[in-house]
Structures are given as structure tokens and as C-alpha cells.
Design a binder for this molecule. Structure first.
Ligand SMILES: Cc1cc2nc3c(=O)[nH]c(=O)nc-3n(C[C@H](O)[C@H](O)[C@H](O)COP(=O)(O)OP(=O)(O)OC[C@H]3O[C@@H](n4cnc5c(N)ncnc54)[C@H](O)[C@@H]3O)c2cc1C
Length: 414
């Protein structure tokens, strides 16, 4: 096999696979290395929401262009990924939620989003089986959508492979090699891959890969859980809805229900190393953050997470108590759906940065190193344009977006 590439992409999630796809499409010789199965971590475990609604304004120009990618993705890749543009809704139950929804409207107007605030009767019309008794309205963006997380990154990887990219699964990148201030190779389990540029799209593992280079990438792992019900006798027109919990009906009538507002942090050594940087974020979400002291702490103390080959796929335990609470809340909204049992449940570790924004950056040192990681719980929807943006930075030497808010320097000054 050719061991020399223009670019080596580290990570086979939505960011890495889309970066590899667009780089291969631009004519670059690309290798993608993934320590486990392609699409084994966050990108296959999320809720599937693809939204402009509620986003930080700095991400919205990219996200609007990303919707164009989503609209054309099935034609582009020649396979179904479950893309449906049927809206995103956040139901309003109290004054705080109303204020939050209204606070987003100036941003929505500034960027020309389709977002509007619905009355309770409009909500009831869109959600025929929903019990609108407690409802005070909803924030609604009809042009947002969803896709099936199990399908998307794998489809992009297949697309990249058809364009000539080498897709190497079960191949961990062990380190990044540099020479004269520039990257020159990725050392992997299968040996050295020489290259001119490297894309680090390694999700929750990024800080570990960058640390030996002296680059800080502070993230905490937050565990998110999802349960899938059997087929329910209700119809919610396939919207992604945040009500008393979060939910999305699959095309076959099953419903994915998630523990929405709660973030579960399994205490680990990283909590001590990065903890202080996360105090403002923790204070803002104090009532919703839960901590757990258990096996992950032991594992991190034994150095298991320092090694990219011990955990091929992060597969944390679902928060069953939280899922039971979520199903009760779901039944308050859809009494006709009961009783609820989950056919399966899963969880994933989300890589949160302190300001909940990603790093998308061409680093000055070492030259040739590109980082696209830390997507902070909303990276599935925006992932394809993040991958394309990194590809543009490499293939065209520029990007169409203001990437200043996503600079790695915000964690590496001084
Ligand atoms: C429960 C849950 C719900 C979510 N809901 C949503 C949602 O509705 N909408 C939304 O937009 N986002 C959502 N997200 C967030 C979204 O899934 C992530 O932001 C996004 O998938 C991140 O993609 P990624 O490619 O950066 O990371 P990942 O998908 O985690 O991929 C990184 C890959 O890099 C690999 N890797 C790491 N280190 C190495 C190494 N050294 N060598 C080789 N490979 C390596 C890993 O094995 C992994 O496969 C959710 C996440 C979770 C867990």
C-alpha cells in the first residue's frame, strides 16, 4: 500500500469522514484512520437533530450552507441516510422557556431563518396526539430536519473510498510527527503514514492526541443517553421536538426519547485537569449537571483512556433512571402512546469545550495541522460543513467563513 498521502485524517466520525470525502473530491490523496469502527462513537449515537434553531450566531452562516448539503446528500452519495426536512420544535412550558425562545428571535431575524413562535393551537395542529394542556406555545423552525445517525458518517466514508481515499478502520493514530516546525507523518498501529497535512477530527479523544504537541484542547466528556421505544400508536409528523424531554419519531413509528436537559458527567482525571475552565459552564447549568463517581474514574486513573487502543469504541452505560424519567414526561405529553418500554438504549460521550463552540482551525504551529473537534453536543447537524470547511482550508487555502470564534488560540494563548 502507498504510505505517502497528501492528507491523513484522524477520526471516522461525521467530521473526519466528510473531511476525507471533500478532500478526495478535490483531488487529494487521502487516508482516514479510525481506531475502532467507522461511525462507532458520537456520530452514530446522537438524536439526529439538524438545526439552525437555538444555535450560537457564529455557527449560523455555516449551518445554513450545511442545510444545502443535507438537502442534496442522498443524491450526492447515492444512498439513503434518512434525511427529512420536517422541522425542529421546542415546546414552551413556562416563563423561562418563553424568555429563552424570544431571546433567539432577533438572531433568527438577523439571519433570515424560518423560525417563529407558535401558539398552543398551532402546536396541537402539528402534533395531533400531543396533549397541549400545559403548552404555552413553541419555538419552531420548519426548515430544520433530521437524519439517521447510524447511516451518515458510514455513507460519507463509502463515498470517500469510491473517490480513492484509503479508509483504515481499527487503525489508531498513535502520534503526530513533525519536522522543522511542520507535520510530516502520522504514526499508526499499522506503521507510519507520511503526509503534508493532517486533520485531527478525533472527537472526544482530541486533547489526548494534541497534548504531546503542547496544544491545549480542553474538553469534558458528558454522557448523553437515548432510548428507542417500540412502534407507538401516535403520529408526530417526524419532527424533532424538545418538550418535557427530547424525542423524534423514526420512519417506522418507533420513537427515540432522550434525557434532554440533564448532562451526566462521569468524574475522571480530566475533570481535575480541565475542571476550572468549565466552572462558568457548570454554573450556568448547575441544576442540570449530574456527577457520577464510578468505573470511568478508576479507568482513567489506570491510564486506560491515555491509550487509543484500549477503548476502540466508547460505549458508556445508558442512564436508565434518566430514561425512565424521560418516558414518564413523554407520557404526560402523549397519554395515548402508553405504556412505554424501550426496545434498546445507548449512550455516548459528548466532547464539550468550555464555551460550547468547536475548534475549526489551521494551526500556525506545527504547520500543516488542522483541528476540527470539540463540537459540544451539536456537531451532527453541522458536521458535514465542518468537514468541507477543513477540506477547503487545505485544498483551496481559504474558507468562506469567519472562523475566528473557532480558533484554537482561545485555549492556547500565553
Ligand atoms: C447522546 C447524544 C446526542 C446528541 N444529539 C445531537 C443532535 O441531535 N444533533 C447534533 O447536531 N449533535 C448531536 N450530538 C453531538 C454529535 O453527535 C457530535 O457533536 C458529533 O457526532 C461529533 O462528531 P465528530 O466526528 O467530531 O466525533 P465522533 O463521532 O466522536 O468521531 C471521532 C472519531 O475519532 C476516533 N478517534 C479518536 N482518537 C483516534 C485516534 N487516535 N486514532 C484514530 N481514530 C481516533 C474515534 O474512535 C471516533 O470514531 C449528540 C451526541 C450524543 C452523544
Amino acid at each position: 500500500m502507498n504510505r505517502r498521502f497528501d492528507t491523513v485524517v484522524v477520526g471516522g466520525g461525521i467530521v473526519g469522514t466528510t473531511a476525507a470525502y471533500y478532500l478526495a473530491k478535490a483531488g487529494k490523496r487521502v487516508a482516514l484512520v479510525e481506531k475502532g469502527r467507522i461511525n462507532g462513537e458520537q456520530s452514530s449515537r446522537n438524536w439526529g437533530a439538524i438545526r439552525t434553531q437555538g444555535r450560537d450566531p457564529s455557527e449560523i452562516p455555516m449551518m445554513l450552507d450545511c442545510l444545502d448539503i443535507w438537502r442534496g446528500v442522498e443524491a450526492e452519495l447515492g444512498e439513503s441516510v434518512g434525511w427529512r426536512q420536517q422541522g425542529q420544535m421546542r415546546v414552551i412550558y413556562d416563563r423561562k422557556m418563553r424568555e429563552r425562545s424570544e431571546a433567539f428571535m432577533p438572531t433568527a431575524r438577523e439571519f433570515g431563518l424560518t423560525t417563529r413562535i407558535l401558539t398552543p393551537s398551532e402546536v396541537a395542529e402539528i402534533l395531533p396526539h400531543y396533549d397541549a394542556r400545559d403548552c404555552q406555545g413553541a419555538l419552531f423552525t420548519p426548515t430544520d430536519g433530521c437524519a439517521e445517525p447510524e447511516k451518515v458518517a458510514s455513507a460519507f466514508a463509502r463515498g470517500a473510498s469510491r473517490l480513492g481515499a484509503a479508509i483504515m478502520d481499527y487503525t489508531a493514530a498513535v502520534s503526530v510527527d513533525t519536522q522543522n516546525g511542520a507535520v510530516c507523518a502520522v504514526e499508526t498501529e499499522q506503521g507510519r503514514l507520511d503526509c503534508e497535512t493532517i486533520v485531527v477530527a478525533s472527537g472526544a479523544w482530541t486533547s489526548r492526541l494534541l497534548k504531546p504537541l503542547g496544544i491545549r484542547h480542553p474538553t469534558l466528556w458528558i454522557r448523553g443517553s437515548v432510548g428507542r421505544t417500540g412502534v407507538l400508536p401516535i403520529e408526530m409528523r417526524k419532527l424533532v421536538v424538545w418538550g418535557k424531554c427530547a424525542y423524534r419519531q423514526c420512519p417506522d413509528g418507533r420513537v427515540n426519547i432522550a434525557v434532554a436537559e440533564d448532562g451526566f458527567h462521569d468524574l475522571m482525571l480530566d475533570s481535575l485537569v480541565h475542571g476550572l475552565k468549565f466552572l462558568p459552564l457548570a454554573q450556568r447549568n448547575w441544576r442540570n449537571v449530574r456527577f457520577s463517581l464510578g468505573k470511568p474514574l478508576m479507568r482513567s486513573m489506570m491510564g486506560e483512556y491515555a491509550d487509543f487502543t484500549t477503548h476502540r469504541m466508547l460505549d458508556p452505560r445508558p442512564d436508565w433512571k434518566g430514561l425512565a424519567r424521560a418516558s414518564k414526561r413523554f407520557l404526560e405529553e402523549y397519554p395515548a402512546a402508553g405504556p412505554i418500554t424501550y426496545e434498546r438504549a445507548w449512550a455516548g460521550y459528548i466532547d464539550y469545550t468550555p464555551d460550547e463552540l468547536p475548534v475549526i482551525d489551521a494551526l500556525a504551529k506545527p504547520h500543516g495541522l488542522f483541528v476540527a473537534a470539540g463540537l459540544s453536543g451539536h456537531g451532527f447537524g453541522i458536521g458535514p460543513i465542518v468537514g468541507k470547511t477543513v477540506s477547503d482550508l487545505i485544498a483551496k487555502g481559504r474558507s468562506d467563513y469567519n472562523l475566528a470564534p473557532f480558533s484554537s488560540r482561545r485555549f492556547n494563548h500565553g
